[in-house]
Design a protein around this ligand. Structure first.
Ligand code: ADP
Length: 419
């Protein structure tokens, strides 16, 4: 007798056994019987034709109909079903058929079940991968949403804080000027100065928070204008002279190649970069330390270095310090001044500096052997700035055309390097 005929003879016994073993609720049984019956028919088709494609539609339907709980669980439902189907088939053959016919059917079914297992594993793997990538996408979207709402929160909070702060700062400045004229040594003058300094510092932090949210949301827009590095550094030297003297430090700005050349960028933003790096150099260098600004010309870029003789930064912390709100080591928690030795800060300065430099198409990084307050290995901050012959916006380029022409050929400007 043919294997398919032998199989037909055991169909109903196999169906009953499978229903008893696998279907729990009675409502489920009728539907399950139909599906088992279909599977049995497909098994006979595969056996007769040798083409395992007959399994495709039923296995794929079963794989797709798995619930979320099935997908999250580790043992596979489909392979568990096939294992049970095969075992029960084996059992029924042994009980209902003579030994030689049982052997004939079981041997013929082994390759069919092997194909079914392979197909089930493939189907389930595809469905599981699709399910997991969906989960990953969902998590990613939630994270992006959280990140956006965090930045939105910072932006709104910062703007809401900035308006009243500007008013308080303005009125306190006016009050201080009036008192300065009338009674400069009074105790009120001391109080007003305290309020003014505190408000000013708070406003700087709020401004930094706005900058961080602009950078993190790719909203930082640069106002491209001509600039000369020596002029920027000269302005900063004057601005920081008081702090440098107070800390008995020295600041040397070397006349490196490219420092006097015309370049295009956002001078206000670049001032902010160098201010952040120089105040850090002052802050993390002990009294009597030395700070040197040097640089060199590279093809298409100018590289500026700020070297200090301060406490240094461990190599493993170096990538971290450019992330927002990072402060390392034992720094004082309250910031009684921007350039006090190891004085605290909100940990935003380097994140902002990197955002601005990268918006210019440049890069910023640090080099330091280690963090050591005793030996003071120092740090070197590198700023790589692209050299531009004009602003990127063509509409602005014609505005600066006469300046660009006049400096072509004689690339240096008449302003001397900073003292
Ligand atoms: P802030 O100065 O407000 O703390 P920054 O983003 O400017 O934040 O700097 C982050 C941290 O990087 C600092 O708290 C300090 O630990 C470290 N750091 C920055 N510049 C230097 C430097 N020149 N020498 C040693 N450590 C530094």
């Amino acid at each position: 007798m043919l294997e398919s005929q032998l199989l037909e003879s055991i169909r109903s016994t196999w169906l009953n056994l499978m229903i008893q073993r696998m279907a729990r609720g009675s409502g489920l049984r009728e539907d399950f019987r139909d599906q088992l019956d279909q599977f049995f028919t497909m098994l006979i088709q595969v056996l007769e034709t040798g083409d395992s494609a007959w399994f495709d539609s039923i296995l794929s339907n079963w794989a797709v109909s798995q619930t979320q709980t099935d997908l999250e669980g580790s043992p596979s439902n489909l392979t568990r079903f096939l294992k049970e189907a095969m075992l029960q088939m084996h059992q029924v053959c042994r009980l209902q058929l003579p030994d030689d016919q049982a052997l004939q059917v079981i041997s013929a079914l082994i390759p069919c079940f092997a194909d079914a297992f392979e197909k089930a594993a493939q189907q389930e793997m595809q469905i599981k991968i699709a399910y997991l990538s969906g989960q990953i996408n969902q998590v990613q979207q939630t994270l992006e949403k959280l990140d956006r709402s965090k930045s939105d929160f910072i932006a709104v909070a910062a703007h809401e804080l900035k308006t009243p702060l500007t008013l308080v700062e303005g009125y306190t400045a006016m009050l201080r000027e009036t008192l300065q004229g009338q009674n400069p040594d009074s105790s009120q003058m001391l109080l007003i100065s305290g309020i003014y300094n505190g408000t000013h510092r708070l406003k700087t932090i709020v401004d930094d928070m706005i900058d961080v949210s602009l950078i993190d949301n790719n909203l930082l827009s640069l106002n491209y204008q001509p600039f000369w590095l020596n002029r920027l550094l000269h302005v900063l030297h004057l601005e920081l002279e008081g702090s440098i003297q107070e800390r008995k430090q020295t600041l040397e700005i070397r006349a490196f190649p490219g420092i006097e050349e015309l370049n295009f960028g956002d001078p206000e933003r670049l001032l902010q970069v160098f201010r952040n790096l120089l105040t850090n150099a002052i802050k993390f260098t002990p009294d009597s330390g030395a700070i040197v600004v040097d640089g060199r010309k590279l093809p298409g870029f100018t590289e500026i270095t700020i070297t200090d003789t301060g406490i240094g930064i461990d190599p493993e912390d170096q990538p971290l310090i450019f992330e927002k709100f990072t402060r390392l080591g034992n720094i004082s928690l309250h910031s009684s001044g921007k350039t006090k030795y190891k004085g605290g800060g909100p940990g935003l300065g380097l994140h902002i500096a990197r955002g601005i430099v990268e918006a210019h198409g440049g890069a910023v990084w640090v080099e330091s052997a280690e963090y050591n307050e005793e030996t003071r290995p120092g740090s070197i901050f590198h700023i790589l700035l692209p050299v531009r012959s004009g602003p990127p916006d063509d509409r602005l380029a014609h505005l600066y055309a006469p300046l660009i022409q006049s400096t072509q050929g004689k690339s240096e400007n008449p302003t001397p390097a900073a003292p």
